[in-house]
Design a protein around this ligand. Structure first.
Ligand code: SAH
Ligand code: SF4
Ligand code: F3S
Length: 408
């Protein structure tokens, strides 16, 4: 038996990839452990979207030197986006590293394991237990080239998985107990497989027996077509929460980022989504090299207008090889200042969003006897207890922090 400790950094796609890599390890007799000192192998699935993310993965790898010295037979696999970016250079810097498996090679992970000669001959894979909510990857890579972003270079261009495979994966997970399916891709709503559009895929997944709710992340504003909007309006199983990254409130900066939309178009899209009952969360980058005080003020005013449920705010981090990395950086103190102003604003507005839910009715998927997640992604505490996995309809009587208190 081979005990594997898995450490995943980065986005949900990486979480899903870790599961997939574990399947190949399980076919070679591996079981998971959450105790590093008892593990025979470590799989680090890495992110490189910002310098900080990559740094965390590398410092974990650095700390493993001692772990490996304790037992040189132990195996270290460094996978994912940072592994793709840094490539072979890693083995020179960390000679105790056994396998580097870049994000582009996830389809060939099984062969990579075999080539290493470190594992038993593959047998039957054993999937990890499925929770109430399960990820299903529907596309890999990205065809955009946002000027700040490293993802297209480490993940490659888009490939959409065949709709049949996606439906089979979702059906297997639903059968194993998942009530909620989260469809994943970097521009998930750009999905197209022959005649199957993203909108029709959403409907088909929602028709799978046992599936009560469908979520997806991350969509791109440009692919919010009328067909998708109609589908969303007509299908109550599609969650009323959409994570739609905006990045900046200034049309000028959006152009320099090559996002392909204006502030106005973004606002138009989210208004249509909000009219369909959706809550919107977003990602924002502060301190893009060309961002002026006025551009930043436009981001603040967009946050005022948009009524986001949540906004994940990041300081711009230059990524080697991207077009924006050639530009002159803004001073760090400006980035710090803008980030803290933005975070304060986001917090205040999110509080108001929670207060506004008082009196509304929420559809909640129970994750604990008294607690669950609503279709709009709010955490909800119920008055009476319910079986885990049940859908409960209840009315909000109070909001405290990021929790809604409901009565059924
Ligand atoms: N595909 C998604 C985003 C994926 S990356 C989209 O296009 O919407 C996740 C988030 O990381 C982005 O939304 C962006 O806000 C942030 N990000 C990406 N590159 C960054 C960089 N160089 N510096 C800071 N934040 C960055
Ligand atoms: Fe990066 Fe832009 Fe692709 Fe999103 S759409 S992954 S931000 S290049
Ligand atoms: Fe990070 Fe790769 Fe996801 S760079 S955000 S783990 S696609």
């Amino acid at each position: 038996m081979l005990r594997v400790f898995i450490q995943t950094y980065g986005c949900q796609m990486n979480e899903a990839d870790s599961e997939e890599m574990f399947l190949h390890l399980s076919a070679r007799g591996a079981v998971r452990t959450d105790q590093l000192d008892q593990a025979d192998a470590v799989l680090i699935n890495t992110c490189t979207v910002r310098d900080h993310a990559e740094h965390r993965a590398l410092s974990f790898l650095g700390r493993l030197a001692k772990w490996k010295r304790e037992n040189p037979k132990r195996i270290i696999i460094f996978a994912g986006c940072a592994a793709q970016r840094l490539g072979k250079a890693l083995q020179k810097r960390y000679p105790y590293l056994n396998i580097v498996a870049g994000a582009k090679g996830i389809e060939h992970f099984s062969e990579t394991l075999d080539k290493s000669g470190l594992f038993a001959t593959p047998g039957q894979p054993v999937a990890s237990p499925v929770g109430l909510s399960a990820y299903v990857t529907i596309m890999r890579g990205c065809n955009f080239n946002c000027t700040y972003c490293i993802v297209p270079s480490v993940r490659g261009p888009v490939t959409c998985l065949p709709a049949q495979d996606i439906l089979a994966d979702a059906a297997r997970k639903a059968k194993a107990g998942a009530k909620e399916i989260m469809l994943l891709g970097q521009t998930v709503n750009a999905y197209q497989d022959g005649t199957v559009s993203f909108a029709s895929l959403l409907n088909r997944v929602s028709e799978i027996p046992g599936v009560e709710r469908v979520r997806f992340t991350s969509p791109h504003p440009l692919y919010f077509t009328d067909e998708l909007l109609r589908t969303l309006e007509q299908n109550p199983k599609i969650a009323r929460h959409i994570h739609l990254p905006v990045q900046s409130g200034s049309t000028k900066v959006l152009q320099e980022m090559k996002r392909g939309y204006t502030r106005e178009l973004f606002l138009e899209k989210i208004r249509a989504l909000q009219a369909a009952g959706c809550h919107i969360s977003t990602d924002i980058i502060v301190g893009f090299p060309t961002e002026t005080e006025d551009d930043f003020a436009q981001t603040l005013s967009l946050v005022d207008e948009a009524q986001f449920l949540a906004a994940y705010c990041f300081k711009y981090s230059p990524r080697q090889g991207t077009p924006a990395a050639q530009m002159q950086l803004l001073p760090e103190n400006i980035l710090e200042k803008r980030l803290s102003i933005l975070l304060n604003k986001v917090r205040d507005l999110a509080d108001a969003t929670y207060q506004r839910q008082i009196g509304t009715v929420q559809e909640v998927l129970m994750e604990e006897p008294h607690k669950g997640r609503s279709s709009g992604s709010f955490w909800v505490q119920t008055k009476t207890s319910h079986p885990v996995g049940n859908m409960v309809s209840c009315k909000v009587v109070k909001a405290e922090g990021t929790l809604l208190f409901c009565e059924e």
